[in-house]
Design a protein around this ligand. Structure first.
Ligand code: PLP
Length: 428
């Protein structure tokens, strides 16, 4: 079967002349912003399809970080001298950029963290320790990344709370009836992934929030995989907490953000303590600082925050709607192409999904497939993707995951398909 989504030489039209969305963005123009992509790996042009693990960084981000170190390096919030003021202004401008990007009501509700993992740990530790007691329940889903399982589990052991897990069907869609039935008077928190890293499923957050809020239960959203690929508006989602990592949205590693409603954050105890998070200290007593500083103990990742702000501005300059439309078109193209290969089983076929092509082949172990793909210059992730319960659900050890970004092209998918043909040649 030949694919119908693309007419060779006419990127914006499918086989019957209809718009296919692939011309929403010119990825070849975009790629000029990412010099790292222009290189050979193992003698072949690099095809980078490991974007769910981490994305590449555009020059705008690299330049913002190097400009900070070249011209403005100083500690923030502490000095009256000019460099410190410049550093503070740029650091706080990053926070305001994040606020705007997620449509948060107030920049003070945006807390810089190391990434999604720290955002989840912060809420579990600070909110959980204050409000949870033995017998309480926290609801997560069967498709969570380990970082949205283990913090609740550790807390569960300490306090005696029970973790409830919403199952999903073979396509990777949550069983919403089961979710609704799980919500009860003992539920203290729902913590759910927006887009699954292993399956690509985009979960119905507004619907889940509505059901939880009807019982007065707060909702935390892990937006690590959604924020780089679609507009994320905390007010439209209705959630109470939302967290994400800079490095998955074209920003640097070591920085991310946690957004939370001010009234909840205000009442939560600090997560870590030390400098910056205090208003006054005596040996008898410490008065904590106001938001967001109460949760930002110690010297923060200043260059990271500035780089994150630059990543936000870069994404805004392209437009998240356009990015989402292009990546959806590329996902359709990839799904058709991979679907045509005998012996390739796509894992994660939800109606609502982002640009993740996870697959399994009986013929070869995912790690062997990954090695062959690497020899062809193709970077994919193989393994359980820090979502072991997802692998257990499908009774497979691991998958090969090709994950898309807006700098990927139909050529990248074609190269992947060709390399999979090579895997079939080798393993039969
Ligand atoms: N949540 C999801 C859905 C992820 O995909 C990841 C990373 O792969 C994380 C959380 C953890 O992100 P980080 O390692 O940046 O803290």
């Amino acid at each position: 079967m030949t694919t119908a989504i693309n007419t060779p030489g006419v990127p914006g039209r499918d086989g019957s002349g209809q718009p296919n969305g692939l011309d929403v963005i010119d990825p070849y123009r975009i790629r000029q912003d990412f010099p790292i992509l222009d290189q050979q790996v193992n003698g072949k042009p690099l095809v980078y399809l490991d974007n769910a693990a981490t994305t590449q960084k555009p020059l705008a981000v690299i330049d913002a970080i190097s400009s900070y170190y070249l011209h403005n390096n100083a500690n923030v919030h502490r000095g009256v001298h000019t460099l410190s003021q410049r550093a503070t202004d740029d650091y706080e401008a990053g926070r305001e950029a994040v606020r705007r990007f997620i449509n948060a009501p107030d920049a003070n509700e945006v807390i810089y963290v190391r990434g999604t993992t720290e955002g989840l740990n912060l809420v579990a530790s600070s909110y959980g320790r204050k409000y949870f007691k033995a017998g309480d329940e926290v609801i997560i889903t069967g498709m969570e990344h380990h970082s949205n399982i283990v913090p609740w589990q550790i807390l569960g052991k300490e306090i005696g709370i029970r973790l409830r897990v919403v199952p999903f069907n073979d396509d990777g869609e949550l069983l919403m009836d089961e979710y609704e039935a799980m919500l009860n008077d003992r539920t203290r928190m729902v913590s759910v992934v927006h887009q699954s890293n292993a399956l690509g499923t985009v979960n119905p957050i507004p619907e889940m929030v509505e059901l939880a809020h009807a019982r007065g239960i707060p909702v935390m959203v892990d937006a690590a995989q959604s924020i780089p690929h679609m507009p994320v508006d905390v007010q439209a989602l209705g959630a109470d907490f939302l967290t994400f990592s800079g490095h998955k949205m074209y920003g640097p590693t070591g920085i991310g953000a946690l957004w939370g409603r001010a009234e909840l954050l205000d009442d939560m105890p600090p997560y870590q303590s030390g400098g910056e998070m205090i208003r006054s200290v005596t040996f008898e007593e410490t008065i904590y600082n106001t938001l967001p500083h109460k949760f930002e103990a110690g010297t923060p990742d200043i260059a990271g925050a500035i780089g994150l702000g630059a990543a936000v501005e870069y994404l805004e300059s392209i437009g998240m709607e356009r990015i989402a439309a292009y990546e959806q078109a590329l996902l359709r193209y990839g799904t058709e192409k991979l679907g045509d290969i005998e012996g390739v089983r796509l894992i994660g076929t939800a109606e609502e999904k982002g640009g993740v092509l996870s697959f399994y082949m009986e013929a070869a172990h995912p790690h062997d497939i990954g090695t062959i793909l690497d020899s062809e210059g193709i970077a994919v992730r193989t393994g359980h993707h820090c979502a072991q319960p997802v692998m257990a659900r499908y009774e497979i050890p691991a998958t090969v995951r090709a994950s898309l970004a807006f700098y990927n092209t139909t050529d990248d998918i074609d190269a992947l398909v060709k390399a999979i043909d090579r895997v079939i040649e080798v393993f039969g």
